[in-house]
Design a protein around this ligand. Structure first.
Ligand SMILES: Nc1nc2c(ncn2[C@@H]2O[C@H](COP(=O)(O)OP(=O)(O)OP(=O)(O)O)[C@@H](O)[C@H]2O)c(=O)[nH]1
Ligand SMILES: [Mg+2]
Length: 457
């Protein structure tokens, strides 16, 4: 149990002091009016039955009084020595972390007989030595102080940079960061960028700019690091396989692309191929699209050559190959991977990355599918996601171009060509919104805690 006496101008301030010092679980044991306001005795870990009237409460209050008396006695001792008092005042008044604060301390010390600078350590001059030499002495003092000040400022800055670089926030701790770089690094983190990428961005920035200007630059660098595939897939066509985790949106995206292509180039120009024969009703969705759009569907059974089917579809402008979303541990996973590899580079493989997945899952998806030779990726479910940083990190760090972005389940409209700058802007807005929500939640927690204490009292 911890017991403490608090004195304050009114009850509200006293309760706040109790909450700050002993926390929300503190119990108020007594309160009474005193000359300068109100005195409250509060306890932490107080158990009403066993602690009531306990000598431990008396003992702790007595110790607190003795401690306060000792502090008062020591303050009086300091006041008795005027020079020591002056030094104490400099120290307490001045904030040496700023240039002005440091100057104030130095000026204070200059007037203090305890601290005589080297230039003034000469024997006292005779009264005859009038104004000119004294002015020279003052000039020398000034220059000594400004040199000392410049040196100390430099050392403080070095110390600050060193502290920042060793605080463990930087991914690459062997490379020191300035304070501003570390702020930018933190903002990149808030956006959800991978630490290694955030590190690269922060270290490329000129730190003479204001923090906000540097952040603007940082966002431009982020956008320039995101590889984007040339637009025009829907105009040019080609042979594309969509691979990726279960439920990522592969079949739906194929439906969107096929529908738009049919509108532009006619149903004869498109064909569907599926490698998904592993699950019950595996082809149903694609069969429905095939029927509605009037587009041919070709099924390639497990282990068969995809290249043979592709050879038969040479006259089609757009061939879309659907695959099964399988876990990497599934024995069929490697069979499907081999079929995709067998088709060769004419079959362009696009990794479908659902933006609603965690960053680590997206990273694993990339690792599992990169063996097929990915030419790009499709971001899906932008409309349902609240952090874009993880997917952008995959593209930037693995140089995997973004070919398409989908932002809804509707066929054929919810598919677009990406714009890196817009994606980055969106990513930053999402991060800002998340931060504001956390801050509001925290403010609510504190308010609830305080009202809880008041009700308890
Ligand atoms: N909100 C939203 N939903 C989407 C989007 N793309 C696909 N979906 C939905 O996600 C669900 C799964 O989509 P599918 O196309 O079946 O996913 P898949 O990758 O083919 O899944 P598997 O074949 O099981 O591997 C469906 O309900 C789609 O309507 C999108 O951009 N936004
Ligand atoms: Mg599917």
């Amino acid at each position: 149990m911890k017991v403490k006496r608090f004195t304050a101008a009114n009850m509200q301030i006293a309760l706040r002091m109790v909450s700050q010092e002993l926390g929300a679980d503190a119990v108020i044991l007594s309160s009474k009016k005193v000359n300068d306001g109100i005195e409250v005795v509060a306890a932490l870990d107080y158990h009403s039955e066993q602690d009531a009237g306990s000598p431990e409460i008396e003992r702790q209050l007595r110790l607190q009084s003795e401690l306060e008396e000792a502090k008062q006695a020591s303050r009086e001792a300091v006041n008795e020595h005027p020079q020591r008092q002056r030094r104490t005042e400099f120290a307490s008044r001045s904030d040496v972390s700023s240039r002005e604060g440091l100057e104030a301390v130095l000026n204070g010390l200059k007037n203090d007989s305890f601290s005589t600078p080297p230039a003034a350590e000469k024997p006292a001059s005779t009264p005859a030595a009038a104004d000119p030499p004294r002015r020279r002495e003052t000039d020398r003092d000034e220059s000594w102080y400004s040199n000392a000040l410049a040196q100390m400022s430099g050392e403080l800055k070095e110390l600050k940079d060193w502290l920042v670089s060793h605080q463990g926030s930087a991914w690459d701790s062997s490379r020191p960061m300035t304070w501003q770089q570390s702020q930018l690094w933190q903002r990149c983190q808030d956006v959800g960028l991978e630490p290694a990428w955030a590190d690269r961005i922060a270290s490329r920035l000129d730190t003479d700019m204001s923090l906000d200007d540097a952040w603007e630059q940082a966002l431009k660098l982020v956008a320039s690091d995101i590889p984007v595939a040339p637009a025009g897939l829907l105009e040019r066509g080609g042979v594309f396989a969509l691979v990726g985790p279960t439920g990522a949106g592969k079949t739906t995206t194929i439906g969107k692309l096929a529908a738009q292509f049919v509108i532009r180039h006619g149903k004869e120009s498109v064909a569907f191929v599926t490698l998904d024969s592993y699950r019950v009703a595996a082809h149903d969705q694609l069969k429905t699209f095939s029927r509605l759009l009037g587009v041919d569907l070709h099924i390639v059974p497990p282990g068969q050559a995809v290249s043979k089917v592709m050879a038969k579809l040479k006259d089609k402008k757009l061939v879309l190959v659907d695959t099964a979303g399988l876990a990497s541990q599934d024995p069929h996973f490697s069979v499907q991977l081999s079929m995709l590899k067998e088709a060769g580079p004419r079959l362009k493989k696009l990794l479908v990355l659902p933006l609603t997945s965690q960053g680590r899952c997206l990273q694993e998806n990339f690792e599992h599918y990169k063996a097929v030779g990915l030419t790009g990726c499709v971001y899906t479910k932008l409309d349902e996601c609240f952090s874009l940083g993880p997917a952008l990190s995959i593209s930037a760090l693995t140089h995997l171009p973004v070919a398409l972005v989908t932002d809804g389940p509707h066929i054929p409209d919810d598919v677009h060509y990406p714009d890196a700058a817009k994606l980055v802007k969106l990513a930053e807005q999402m991060a800002r919104m998340a931060k504001t929500r956390w801050q509001a939640a925290e403010a609510m927690n504190i308010a609830n805690q305080q009202s809880g204490i008041q009700h308890g009292a």
